[in-house]
Design a protein around this ligand. Sequence first.
Ligand SMILES: [Zn+2]
Length: 473
Amino acid sequence: MAPFDLNSDEEYSEDDVVNEYEIEEHRVSEDDDDEVSNPPVFNSSMVYDPNFVLGMKFGTKAEFRKAVQSHAISTKRNLKFVKNDKIRVYVRCNESDCSWRMNALKMPKEDTFQLREYNPNHSCPPTFHVKNVKTGWLSERYAHKFQSDPNRHVKGFRLDVINDIRCHVSKDQAYRAKVKALKMLEGSPDAQYCKLWAYVEELRNSNPGSTIMLGSDNENGEIRFSRLYVCFDALKKGFLLGCRRIIGVDGCHLKGPYGGVLLTVVGTDPNNNLYPIAYAIVCKEMRETWEWFLTALKLDLEIVRPHEYTFMSDKQKGLIQAFEEAFPDSEHRFCVRHLHNNFKNAGFRGISFKNALWKAARATTEGEFADRMKEMRQLSENAANWFDDKPPNQWSRSHFSEHNKCDMLLNNVCESFNSCILDARDKPIITMSEWIREFLMKRLQENRDKAQSRWKGRLCPKIKKFLKKTRRK
Ligand SMILES: [Zn+2]
């Protein structure tokens, strides 16, 4: 028999149990002891440090079982549930010759269980390997350790727990307890949608000046989440202070149970690093959502002369029309990597076509661009014609405007940002939003610290390096 088989009948046959039940009923009714006539009630605050008293009442069977589990751990003994059904829970010490025992019975017409028999004395010694230490118990008992630090390492957590309970906890148990505790702290995805309005309010209060918009739909009288837009004041100010006027826009699919799309806007800071500006969580990526997102962004970034700005994207669904609506005269670059993919899909595969395209994209003067396109035409008339409806100011340096002071050919800033937040994309909505907020806050502060402690002079290090390199040429 497995020591913890809950339905085990080996030691107690059904008849024995009934007899015992009757004897206990008799014993309790005869007893005039104050403690039993007015029995103590187990309180949930005692769950990790229960002090059992004969006659004690437990709200439910689960509460009693949990208290027994905590008792096994605190006394370092292996306890087994030899009977566990609707009306009785019998617990024995796993050492066969030990007389420790506990019997709890259900009270008639209520869920309450009462401790009817209790021998608190073990004749066996304590052990370090207590089998009652289970993942569920660990996750509930120590969930608070992950509340303030969800990234806490399993190794440190395991050592802390062993020090605390002085019982063995395996690495695997510690890992599973951490995963379970984090899930518990997160709450279910549904519950997070219900708390979203309160979360947004808190976000607004703690980040004054930020733009946080929450949209909902009314479906047959039921309010449903439709979109969330977040642009923090610190990021807004940073962009206006010194970022280039080139903005990458991208959308990536979320992997949670309700799907959805995360729209991101990422700029380029004076050191040519990515600079996240705003993000939104929407149900679907379509023209209407992009329009709503870009209109909010236009107000936040105080864009009154759209022609001085350049946007970069992968030509997502509905994005082009949305741009025409929100930023009618702005320049729009297409990521050359995606252009090359489309070029390949049109049948122009192989190294020679790839090189010809990249040479034309990297050309810095209109004359050079014309030469590169001539080379393309020599390679294939059809390949050159394929670019007829792709204006060079969308993909070749030779035709880019100078407003943004940036020769970027790839939408790398958005792709890098999306890969940074990969871990957050399968989380429930509030956890994901908090993950992104913390990531942005830390990144901003780390960059600020780095700049203050290491940077010398007025030029940013990457720009200095770039100037040095081009001077040598
Ligand atoms: Zn014992």
